[in-house]
Structure formats: structure tokens, C-alpha cells
Design a protein around this ligand. Structure first.
Ligand code: AMP
Length: 589
């Protein structure tokens, strides 16, 4: 959802925070609200997602998460996965036979879930550097009382007071900020994960979401597709399809084909079309559940205000096509589908602990927020019309050698040049002097629900933070001034763009010209007269354009590009020569 460093450490924390926990079938996540922002917490490896796996060794030692999963190949009967299926079987659904026996391991689904929760609690306590004792935990909408109580009991065993059990689709709706839209809205949540499929229809009533209907299949998810794809691959490569490497490879291939049209596995080319042929019947199975959920809720597809996607498998373009077709509308994909439920649980936890205001107004940034970068250009960090709260950041470096600090001017406005925008504040970030491009300064803007802009600049070498708080001005701008700024940005769009292109080309030219001179000096004896004259002429043309008063951005850009192309061959020659010299020095030629 937000661009955020995975190791972000909350600075101002509620003394009694409540965790938000997505206790999933395949993966579990934990979050907390910090300074008005829901954030998901990472473990010591930087991972925000913990496999819901528990391994009980013969001597009783328990491992949880990725290390437990790694034990699975060695100890299949001692590694417990998908324990949520044992707590939560849908009524009337065929049972699922796990490859392990909890009886033999002398444990129960509740105790195993408690181990996962203990682990998540420890991840949170480590990240927050304080102990926590309360949590909101999500469960599928179809969980009955006994299943909810069992989940609560697991929390207690993990020393967590479960202040609320929250339905997963409700959590997802909260993550999407749908509670802020209007009182009378209806939404569908399509959740296709690794092992299960759920679809729910929700309605907002009296400020809270109520689940009108839910349908799904606890034996339908991305894992099934992995198996079918593994078979397809295994047949072509003459490998056993149950080979774990083929299965893992199939998942990688599947994920890649969500963005690429084609990929390859051990020399076998696989196209998205081939994957989709395998996936189609499997995704088709979700249709009847969607129609059922709509009919049970007494809601027509066209009455829905939003259709939101949850679960990693909804990253597949074909799944999105199906959803679009089934519900007759574009699904909302603005949130990270793997994290939406945990994020929603965290938001609910924040509301309950008082760290978040219950009713967040749907406020947006009236104008873009950014900083000035080299050459006097505006670099937007949070674009205009972003819903708050919002958080985003970028990394910057020093443009000249031996610089030992960076002045960050915080700007607001829509113009391309910094000078035409409004300055909201400035901070200076010191860093150790070094060559050009050696400093790494991260700048993060976070705009909280109250419209306060927190700017954080961090030199990654020293980890020193400098912060600035800008009250009010980021959101509260008179309508007239906003209109004027936008009108000007339209009026001057052409000139502004010209200046941006000019400035970018100028910066590039200024970097290129001395490099060209130096290369020519070194290679004078190697290249032909004609060639060197040609490069000199092009450099002269760039210089002439740079000096001209009427900034001809297009001409400068193309001349710089040409000079760049011409000098590419010089660069190659320089490298060749350096190699030869080095080999000669070592007596190799
Ligand atoms: P979840 O249970 O929500 O964590 O979803 C996990 C499932 O999503 C697994 O089957 C993953 O293989 C699948 N998944 C994750 N990312 C992608 C992707 N980019 N494309 C297709 N499937 C994905």
C-alpha cells in the first residue's frame, strides 16, 4: 500500500498498542498503528509474511514460519501446515487429510495456531521494542461460533487478549478505506489465496460493515494451479511432476506470467496463454460462488459500489478478467492483495486502541507535494488527489563531489520548476563528503489523517534522521489558490515541460562534455582524424545550444543524445585500452 522501508521503526507508539493479525491458511501477518499509520511489521529477515507452518521435532522443539517449512521435506509428518483448515471446515464440505497426524504429535489445532500467534507476537515485540498483550485476529466470514472461539482460545494460549475477532472481508474493506466512502454502500470481496477461495458481499450499516452473504471453496487456490502447471512442465521436460523443485518452479513461472507474456523454465518456454489454458477451468469454478453470494445477499452485481480483490492469486490477469466479467465492473486493485486483510485488522486494532480516529474523512491532497531536485526541478513525492493518510518516499544522492549536506526544500504545487511552486519548509541533511553519487539520502513524506505532513530525511550511511512537521498547509489550501495553481500549470504546461526537458538535457550535457574532452585527449592517437573531428563538432554544437538564450530544449536534447551515442564508442575504446594496459602490466600480453 505505502512505499515504506521494511524496517520502519515506530517512533511514537501507544503505550498499550493492539496488534492486527491475519492468521492465514498459508501465511500470517502482523501489524500495528504507528503515528496514525497502519504498518505491517517485519521479522529479523525483513519479511512481513510468515508461513503458517509449525514443526515439532522429536525432542519437542518447536519451530515456526520459514524454518519450519524448510523442515517439511525432511519431516513431512512433523511439519504442520494449513492448520486453519482443521479449525475451520465449512459445513458439509469434504474433509481434508493432512500429511501429518496431530494426535500422534500430541497437539491440537488450537495449540498449533497458538504457536503461530506466539511467533507473530514476538515479531511485533522485537520490531516495537516493547511488550504487547492485545490483538485483533481475522477469521473467514463463514467461521461459526465454535471456530471463532477456538481462534480466540489460540490467542489466549499465546498470551494475547483477543479484543476482537474480525471477519476477513470486513478487514479487507477497511484496508481499502471503503468505510470512509458513504453510509449505504455494498461491496463484494473476492479473495483467492493459495489454498482457499472466499467471496463475500458486505453492506455498510450504521458505520460498520455487515457480511450479507459468503460463499467459497476451501479446496480452491493458487496451489491447485501450481500442481496442474507442474504436471504440464514435467510432461514436457520428462520429469516427475511431484518433484518439489518442479512444483516450486511452477509457482515461480506462474507468478512471472502475471506480469510477463512468456517465461522459461529449464529451457522450456511457457507463455501466459498456455498458463491461462490450464488456469481457465480452475478460475471458472469461482463464478458459481460469486453468483451464489450475490443471490444470497439479494444484491445485483450492478448495485455493488466496489469489487475488491484479496489474496495473492488475484494478481493473475486472467483472474481479474473473470472478476470484471462476472461482476460487470472494473475491480478495485489499489491495495496489495496479500496484505489487505492484515492491514484491515491493524486499522481495526488502531480504532479500538484509540490510535486511529473512527471516522476518517475522505480527504485528498489538493496539490502535489514534493521536493526540489538538482537543476531546480520539482520532484513530486505525493501526487495531487492522493487520499490521506498517505506515505511515500524516494532516495536521493549528491549531484556534485565533496558536497557534505543536502538542502531539502519541501514544495507544493503543480509546476515543473521548483521556483514556481510554494515552499512549505526546508531541512538540511548533513552527510559524509564523498564522490558524486556517493550519498544516499532517503526522504519520506507521510501525511497523517489530520493533514499534518511529516517529512523525514535519513542519511543511510549514518542512519541519522532529520524530521520536520508541517501543519495544515499541506491539506488546507484555499480553493481559489488551488484553482489558480492548477490553471497556471495548464497555461504554462508547454513552457514548463520545455524547461524540464531543457534542464534535464543541460544536466546531461554538462556531465558529458568534460568526459568527451578527457576521452579525446586520451584516445587522440587511436581514433581517426575524421572520427575525432566528428565528435568535436557534435560537442561544439551542444555547447552552442547550451549558450543560446532561447532555450531550445528539443534541439539540446537531440544534440546531447547524438553526442552521447558518438561517445559510446569512445567509452568502449577507453575500456579496451585500460584492459590492455592492465594485462600488459601483469605481463600477460
Ligand atoms: P495468499 O494465500 O493470499 O498469501 O496467496 C498466496 C497465493 O497467491 C499463492 O498460491 C501464490 O502462488 C499466489 N501468488 C502470489 N503472487 C502471485 C502472482 N504475482 N501471480 C500469481 N499468483 C500469485
Amino acid at each position: 500500500m505505502f512505499k515504506q522501508p521494511s524496517n520502519l521503526k515506530p517512533e511514537t507508539l501507544n503505550p498499550d498498542p493492539i496488534l492486527g493479525i491475519d492468521l492465514g491458511t498459508t501465511n500470517s501477518l502482523v501489524g500495528v498503528v504507528d503515528s496514525g499509520f497502519p504498518i505491517l511489521l517485519a521479522d529479523e529477515n525483513g519479511s512481513r509474511s510468515t508461513p503458517s507452518a509449525v514443526c515439532i521435532a522429536e525432542d519437542g522443539t518447536i519451530t515456526v514460519g520459514a524454518p519450519a517449512l524448510r523442515q517439511r521435506a525432511l519431516h513431512p509428518t512433523r511439519t504442520i501446515t494449513s492448520v486453519k483448515r482443521l479449525i475451520g471446515r465449512r459445513a458439509g464440505e469434504a474433509g481434508w487429510a493432512p500429511p501429518y497426524s496431530l494426535n500422534e504429535l500430541n497437539t491440537t489445532p488450537v495449540e498449533v495456531s497458538a504457536e503461530i500467534l506466539k511467533h507473530l507476537k514476538a515479531v511485533a515485540e522485537r520490531a516495537l521494542e516493547q511488550s504487547v498483550s492485545k490483538a485483533v485476529i481475522t477469521v473467514p466470514a463463514y467461521f461459526n461460533d465454535a471456530q471463532r472461539t477456538a481462534t480466540k482460545r489460540a490467542g489466549e494460549l499465546a498470551d494475547l487478549e483477543v479484543v476482537r475477532i474480525l471477519s476477513e472481508p470486513t478487514a479487507a474493506a477497511l484496508a481499502y478505506g471503503l468505510d470512509k466512502l458513504s453510509e449505504h454502500q455494498k461491496v463484494a470481496v473476492y479473495d483467492l489465496g493459495g489454498g482457499t477461495f472466499d467471496v463475500s458481499v458486505l453492506e455498510m450499516r450504521d458505520g460498520v460493515f455487515q457480511v450479507l452473504s459468503t460463499a467459497g471453496d476451501t479446496q480452491l487456490g493458487g496451489d491447485d494451479l501450481d500442481r496442474s502447471l507442474a504436471q504440464f512442465i514435467a510432461e514436457r521436460l520428462n520429469l516427475p511432476s511431484h518433484d518439489i523443485r518442479v512444483l516450486e518452479g511452477a509457482e515461480v513461472v506462474k507468478k512471472r506470467l502475471s506480469t510477463d507474456d512468456t517465461t522459461s523454465f529449464h529451457g522450456l518456454d511457457i507463455t501466459r496463454a498456455e498458463l491461462e489454458k490450464i488456469a481457465r477451468p480452475w478460475i471458472e469454478r469461482t463464478r458459481m460462488h460469486c453468483l451464489r453470494a450475490l443471490s444470497d445477499a439479494g444484491v445485483k452485481a450492478e448495485e455493488l459500489d466496489e469489487v475488491i480483490l484479496v489474496g495473492g492469486s488475484t494478481r493473475m490477469p486472467l483472474v481479474r478478467d473473470y472478476v470484471r466479467e462476472i461482476f460487470g465492473r472494473e475491480p478495485n486493485t489499489s491495495q496489495n492483495p496479500d496484505e489487505a486483510i492484515a492491514l484491515g485488522a491493524t486499522i481495526q486494532a488502531g480504532i479500538l486502541s484509540g490510535s486511529l480516529r473512527q471516522v476518517l474523512l475522505l480527504d485528498v491532497t489538493p496539490l502535489s507535494l514534493g521536493i526540489e531536485t538538482f537543476g531546480g526541478l520539482m520532484n513530486i513525492i505525493i501526487p495531487r488527489n492522493t487520499t490521506i493518510p498517505a506515505k511515500a518516499g524516494e532516495m536521493f544522492t549528491n549531484a556534485v563531489a565533496n558536497q557534505d549536506s543536502m538542502l531539502i526544500r519541501i514544495l507544493q504545487g503543480e509546476r515543473e520548476l521548483a521556483k514556481d511552486n510554494w515552499e512549505l519548509g526546508r531541512i538540511e541533511v548533513p552527510f559524509p563528503a564523498g564522490p558524486k553519487g556517493s550519498a544516499r539520502v532517503g526522504v519520506q513524506f507521510s501525511l497523517d489523517a489530520n493533514g499534518i505532513l511529516h517529512v523525514l530525511a535519513r542519511d543511510t550511511a549514518t542512519n541519522q534522521d532529520i524530521t520536520l512537521e508541517i501543519r495544515g498547509t499541506a491539506i488546507d489550501v484555499e480553493d481559489e489558490r488551488v484553482e489558480q495553481m492548477i490553471a497556471e500549470s495548464v497555461d504554462f504546461a508547454f513552457e514548463d515541460m520545455n524547461e524540464r526537458i531543457w534542464t534535464e538535457a543541460m544536466l546531461k550535457a554538462e556531465e558529458l562534455l568534460p568526459a568527451v574532452d578527457a576521452a579525446l585527449a586520451q584516445l587522440g592517437d587511436v581514433i581517426s582524424q575524421d572520427e575525432s573531428q566528428n565528435v568535436r563538432d557534435q560537442a561544439a554544437q551542444v555547447k552552442k545550444l547550451l549558450e543560446s538564450v532561447n532555450h531550445d530544449a528539443k534541439a539540446l536534447k537531440s544534440a546531447t543524445q547524438q553526442l552521447d551515442d558518438a561517445t559510446q564508442s569512445l567509452a568502449v575504446m577507453l575500456i579496451d585500452r585500460a584492459m590492455e594496459e592492465s594485462l600488459a602490466r601483469r605481463g600477460l600480453v
